[in-house]
Design a protein around this ligand. Sequence first.
Ligand SMILES: C[S@@+](CC[C@H](N)C(=O)[O-])C[C@H]1O[C@@H](n2cnc3c(N)ncnc32)[C@H](O)[C@@H]1O
Length: 282
Amino acid sequence: MLLREIKIIFHLELDTLYGKEEVASFFFILIEHYLNLERFVLALHPDIVISKEDEQPLFESLAKLKLNHPIQYIIGQTTFMELDFLVDENVLIPRPETEELVQWIIDETKHFKKQLKILDIGTGSGCIAIALAKNLPGSKIYGLDVSDAALAVAQNNATLNEVEVTFILADILKEVAIDEKFDVIVSNPPYVRELEKKEMAQNVLAHEPDLALFVTDENPLIFYENIVAFANQNLKDDGTLFFEINQYLANETQQLLKANNFGEIELRKDIFGNHRMIKSVK
Ligand SMILES: C[S@@+](CC[C@H](N)C(=O)[O-])C[C@H]1O[C@@H](n2cnc3c(N)ncnc32)[C@H](O)[C@@H]1O
């Protein structure tokens, strides 16, 4: 079949679901990933023919897109802080807001001369830990998660990006016995309340791991409470705690930090204008 005919089928089948522009973007991502074809190939060679064998992954992807699978899970990869990451349905797809949090940590810490010890709690794909390791060479980075399937993905990502990160399997909602004291603790923990589910896109709800996303309406700050308690033990004096936060719970998160004697609290908005991250010092 001609490549442009396949593109027409993509638009016919998917435009009502995603809109024309996004479908074009998916199509180009897929031909680049599976066929190693640059996106401008259609303009240069409008009659390029695709073999039956090469068509197959494109049509399989089309079927998955119809079922709301995120494109990142379909091709098994994404980018974060200009680095490549492998992703599967055991890990959250890294978000642009989280890149802003990582950039904040880099800006705050890169002038330190000493070797920093940094712990990322709820590391998932390892995106925060690995991007920090890449941008803060000389630092010792740790990533903790309760999911061993997520940690397997994170370890593959550390190898792919040629950095060393120590991964720890542990449940932060239980007693975590780690001997280390850290200069920085960062976390993007689960923070979406059940009541916010209705605001979320179908492809997130159906395919991203519940374990990474949701908390109860009754105790939405459970992870923040446990991480603050852990930081009281395992963050050095003057160490810094960075959180990605639920935009609707910025005040409550600030209060939690104040109540635990954390100071120099700074709240920041993300590119979408929502309160999304907070920094405080022990
Ligand atoms: C919102 S995701 C963040 C993933 C990644 N750090 C990112 O920013 O894309 C939260 C992560 O916390 C992990 N998690 C959930 N419950 C946990 C627990 N009790 N202890 C440790 N990690 C947990 C999930 O497996 C998931 O990887």
